[in-house]
Design a protein around this ligand. Structure first.
Ligand code: 0CJ
Ligand code: F3S
Length: 316
């Protein structure tokens, strides 16, 4: 039987960002330096394939520091941690390596700076997400007001409406965040913040690529995990930019082929924590069923790289 033709729009940039690359390298290098087991607080990045791969090499994933034996090294995930976590590790005299993405650390520093200047902080982010918990945890409990939507801005009760600053999660929807920032600036004209928001280059670029391809796609598949904020935002961006079917898939096995029946074009992208091997797996699954023509959709070039912490560059 001849396979039906299919145009496969392949987003670029897609997949791993510099912060994820660095975080995974940190776990691998820690395992080389100290041997197994090395503990990792929270999934190093939100991807089961990555986590399972590191677990097979001797990483042990836990949710809280007190699950780690004090005699073994522990790594903090790319999403960042509240200040209390390194403090507790120090109190227990543990060896720890912080794999927080430098772009998240930058937001932590900004929040602390505004707080020291006497401004009350507002954070735009998703409640309960580890990055939001980590950024809010840079300041004493109750010091950061969280908003998720423009409606939340209307109910804020700051100490002094003239002495406010804001920071954001790095993996938000660029468009949704612009609305929340707009609502903040409308209600609190003196609010201080970044030029636009703190959404990182990787999040911005992946959303741009999806927007560019969405009008040409009968379906868009985003390779990523259900707990990956940036991956879920790509699905929303695809749907909002006009694609009638946008879906998150962890691997090729998740593809709902019946839902794709009759499509002539598909867009493929991946969240910042999804490895290229899983994208290849998805493309191969399409090649098995269709005569595929790949059309790259390139909207930006990325050449960002972050160094691993010095402790891992020195001999044991
Ligand atoms: O929070 C981050 C610094 C992004 C890390 C990479 O992506 P992922 O999927 O692990 O995390 P998000 O849920 O934050 O997108
Ligand atoms: Fe960092 Fe952005 Fe990736 S904050 S971990 S570069 S998604």
């Amino acid at each position: 039987m001849t396979k039906p033709p299919l145009t496969l729009h392949l987003a670029a940039p897609r997949g791993f960002c510099a912060g994820v690359d660095r975080a995974i390298k940190i776990v691998e290098m820690a395992l080389e330096k100290w041997g197994a087991p090395v503990y990792v607080r929270h999934e190093i990045v939100h991807n089961r394939y990555v986590v399972d791969g590191l677990r097979a090499k001797g990483a042990v994933f836990v949710e809280e520091l007190d699950e780690c034996p004090p005699a073994r090294p522990v790594i903090f995930s790319a999403h960042g941690v509240p200040k209390s976590v390194p403090q507790a590790a120090e109190a227990r005299e543990m060896v720890y390596v912080d794999a927080t993405c430098p772009l998240v650390s930058k937001v932590h520093i900004e929040a602390a700076r505004h707080h020291e200047a006497g401004l009350q902080m507002v954070m735009i982010g998703h409640a309960g997400h580890p990055e939001t918990v980590g950024t809010m945890g840079q300041l004493p409990a109750g010091e950061v007001l969280l908003v998720e939507t423009p409606e939340d801005v209307a109910t804020l009760e700051p100490r002094d409406p003239g002495r406010l600053a804001f920071v954001t999660q790095t993996t938000l929807s660029v468009d949704d965040t612009a609305e929340v920032v707009g609502a903040l600036k409308a209600r609190f004209p003196a609010i201080v913040g970044p030029h636009k928001e703190d959404i990182c280059y990787a999040t911005t670029n992946r959303q741009e690529a999806v927007k560019a391809m969405a009008p040409d796609c009968d379906a868009i598949l985003v390779v990523g995990a259900p707990n990956s904020s940036n991956s879920k935002r790509l699905v929303e961006v695809g749907a909002r930019a006009g694609c009638p079917y946008a879906q998150l898939v962890q691997r090729a096995g998740d593809i709902d082929w019946r839902a794709l029946d009759g499509i002539k074009s598909v867009g493929i992208t991946a969240g910042a924590s999804a490895p290229e091997v899983l994208i290849e797996e998805v493309i191969d699954a399409f090649r098995d069923r269709y005569q595929v023509t790949v059309r790259p959709v390139v909207t930006a070039e990325e050449n960002v790289e972050f160094k691993v912490p010095r402790v891992l560059r020195e001999p044991a």
